[in-house]
Write a protein that binds this ligand. Structure first.
Ligand code: NAP
Ligand code: ZN
Length: 349
């Protein structure tokens, strides 16, 4: 089946309208009419081959929501009309220890929603900037938010789970002081989620203009990280810091804010490395530095249900397909509060 999409033919070319082919709906597949797709900074890293290895044409998009259009003969959990989502994972080996534990995100055979190996045409996966996607039922999530919130649910499929998973893993909750660094798509979800989990939340931003806005998201305090005095006021006080920044920066400035046994997790994935942190910042207070990648499928469902229960969605700005390139430039400047979401109906032209 041929569908309209938006993608790029080379790292240095803008995205443009194109047609792609979706496979026929197999026995375990769910065919989805995509209503909206969020624009993640990873889409930009990938489409410009900043992580290298991008295959073209590249159709990004892994914050996908829509309605089930058809299901395969063996699918029992979904039916046409259901509100569903697809995140960053569309396949995995299904039998390793990671898959057995519901950590498909850490399976060596994990297939990303775009630029992943597949038998489908053209040989690599094509993401959510398109009208339809066909996905094995295991990787389809159920959306229980009201239908009118659907566009704002889209970013939960990546920004939501990527922040929820480490916050849960490092026990963000009542009595814990949690920092969130970078108030973009991921960071603004991190603030909302940590607040809903009951933690005391401090937002770190390089943008003075986000100072008041961050409080509205649920931050108890906001620090403009360029200001050394504001940073010094929080020395050795954090249980956990989640760093979502999309560019290399000084990690020591944040490690110094962790108290004894505190941990910082990096989820931002810059194209070039951070300067190496000072080993004494780990030794002196038994601090840890960790990483985390999206989340497993059961955990993603748990996050969506948590968000529906707590009335949490992303703060979004809707764009048409022909505005995607401009949205990328604004995202690079941090000029979005806080996630662009594509209205996929505009792909038809
Ligand atoms: P985003 O919306 O662009 O937000 C990144 C934020 O980082 C900016 O809003 C900005 O916040 C801050 N920042 C500070 N200095 C920056 C600089 N020089 N360049 C860019 N940003 C700077 O991006 P996102 O979609 O949240 O993604 C953030 C990073 O996480 C990306 O690298 C993305 O690839 C990665 N990611 C990782 C995973 C994973 O599984 N680990 C999943 C999804 C995304 P302030 O204005 O508040 O300073
Ligand atoms: Zn993403």
């Amino acid at each position: 089946m041929l569908v309209k999409a938006y993608g790029a033919y080379a790292a240095d070319k803008p995205l443009e309208s194109l047609e792609i082919r979706r496979r026929a709906t197999g026995a375990h597949d769910v065919q989805i009419d995509i209503a909206y797709c969020g624009i993640c900074h990873s889409d930009l890293h990938q489409v410009r081959s900043e992580w290298e290895g991008t295959q073209y044409p590249c159709v990004p998009g892994h914050e996908i929501v829509g309605r089930v259009a058809a299901v395969g003969d063996h699918v029992q959990g979904f039916k046409p009309g259901d509100l569903v989502g697809v995140g960053c994972i569309v396949d995995s080996c299904k039998h390793c220890a990671e898959c057995a534990d519901g950590f498909e995100n850490y399976c060596d055979g994990m297939v990303g929603t775009y630029n992943g190996a597949t038998a489908d045409e053209p040989g690599w996966t094509l993401g959510g900037y398109t009208q339809k996607i066909v996905v094995h039922e295991r990787y389809v999530l159920r959306v229980s938010h009201p239908a009118e919130q659907l566009a704002a649910v889209a970013p939960l499929l990546c920004a939501g789970i990527t922040t929820y998973s480490p916050l849960r893993h490092w026990n963000a909750g009542p009595g814990k002081k949690v920092g969130v660094v970078g108030i973009g798509g991921l960071g603004h979800m991190g603030i909302k989620l940590a607040h809903a989990m009951g933690a005391h939340v401090v937002a770190f931003t390089t943008s003075e203009s986000k100072r008041d806005a961050a409080r509205e998201l649920g931050a108890d305090d906001v620090v403009v990280s360029r200001n050394p005095d504001e940073m010094a006021a929080h020395l050795q006080s954090f249980d956990f810091i989640l760093d979502t920044v999309a560019a290399p920066h000084d990690l020591d400035a944040f490690l110094a804010l962790l108290k004894r046994d505190g941990a910082m997790t990096l989820v931002g994935a810059p194209a070039t490395p951070h300067p190496s942190p000072n080993v004494f910042n780990f030794i002196m207070k038994r601090r840890s530095l960790a990483g985390s990648m999206i989340g497993g499928i059961p955990e993603t469902q748990e996050m969506l249900d948590f968000c529906a229960r707590h009335g949490i969605v992303a703060d979004i700005e809707m764009v048409r397909a022909d505005e995607i390139n401009a949205a990328y430039e604004r995202m690079l400047k941090g000029d979005v509060k806080y996630r662009f979401v594509i209205d996929n109906a505009t792909l038809a032209g």
